[in-house]
Design a protein around this ligand. Structure first.
Ligand SMILES: O=C(O)C(=O)C[C@H](O)C(=O)CO
Ligand SMILES: [Zn+2]
Length: 280
């Protein structure tokens, strides 16, 4: 199946200061990733990170290369992380099948050629969210079940930021070149993710928001800590965070998001925290 893709270029923070709402959304917001029987990809020039979605309904779907890669196959020089946010599905990697239940993940190393996605049931399809980054080495493919993840409890109800962070694809769980992925769920009554906010100039990041109830939304904050902007985000939409930008959001209800990162290091804790009362 032919993938639909968009290319997003990198921007200087000096330029982004001048963007109006439409330009900000055009550059950083990713809409319509999960579409039945389609492959949708966004190729960002920040660390050449790809975010994508695949929802196989009528038939299985093969992940083909796209022109910006100038590669014979998608993972010729890349690694791939997948988290299934739908019902049971299977990812077949060069003939080996991995069944992914809801919120299970798969890491696929560089060099695998045939990546095929399918759903167990077309009435309740799998919904595969993907992140891919350039890779210099082949590491083994590995499924990450919900018991394999590292879990951290963060925040508190009094500061409206109580949440559970699950690390799926980090180097203490799976060998990777540069990709990191995880999932954070807000506790009922809390609204703020990633507060206190942080930046990590060594890595870019993409947040994919889901489990946002109908008629609710998340107000996502980006920009340099002293020059922030906001983007309103609906269910199953993603947002690109440049390395110089905070990435923090407040929902009108609780919600979940998948974070994915790439760049200079694999050190999850390498963050420069911002003082809440100094944000502007
Ligand atoms: O809620 C949070 O805090 C997060 O999920 C933070 C992300 O994991 C992140 O931004 C990692 O750099
Ligand atoms: Zn971050």
């Amino acid at each position: 199946m032919k993938s639909k893709y968009q290319v997003r270029y990198a921007a200087s923070p000096q330029d982004v200061k001048t963007y109006d709402t439409t330009r900000l959304r055009d550059e950083f917001l990713i809409q319509d990733l999960l579409e039945p029987d389609a492959v949708n990809l966004v190729y960002s020039h920040y660390d050449r990170f790809i975010a994508g979605g695949i929802v196989p309904v009528q038939s299985s779907i093969k992940l083909d290369t796209i022109d910006p890669l100038k590669a014979d196959y998608f993972l010729e020089r890349r690694e791939l992380g997948i988290i299934n946010i739908g019902a049971t599905g299977t990812v077949t990697v060069d003939g080996s099948s991995f069944v992914l239940e809801h919120k299970e993940a798969l890491y696929i190393g560089k060099g695998n050629r045939d990546i095929i996605f399918s759903s167990k049931s077309s009435s309740t399809p799998a919904q595969f969210y993907l992140n891919s980054t350039p890779a210099h080495k082949t590491y083994p493919n590995k499924k990450i079940g919900t018991n394999d993840v590292e879990v951290i409890e963060l925040g508190a109800p009094e500061t409206a930021n109580a949440r559970t962070l699950r690390k799926y694809i980090v180097n203490s769980v799976v060998d990777v070149c540069q990709l990191q992925m995880g999932m954070t769920t807000l506790k009922s009554g809390s609204s703020w993710n990633t507060m206190p906010a942080h930046v990590h100039d060594r890595r870019m990041e993409v947040y994919f928001y889901f489990e946002v109830p109908e008629d609710q939304a998340v107000c996502h904050f980006m920009g340099q800590p002293q020059e922030t902007r906001h983007i309103w985000i609906n269910n199953k939409q993603a947002v690109i965070s440049p390395p110089w930008s905070i990435h923090s959001g407040s929902g009108t209800s609780s919600y979940t998001f998948i974070w994915g990162m790439a760049g200079e290091n694999l050190d999850y804790g390498d963050m420069d925290h911002c003082k809440i009362n100094e944000l502007k």
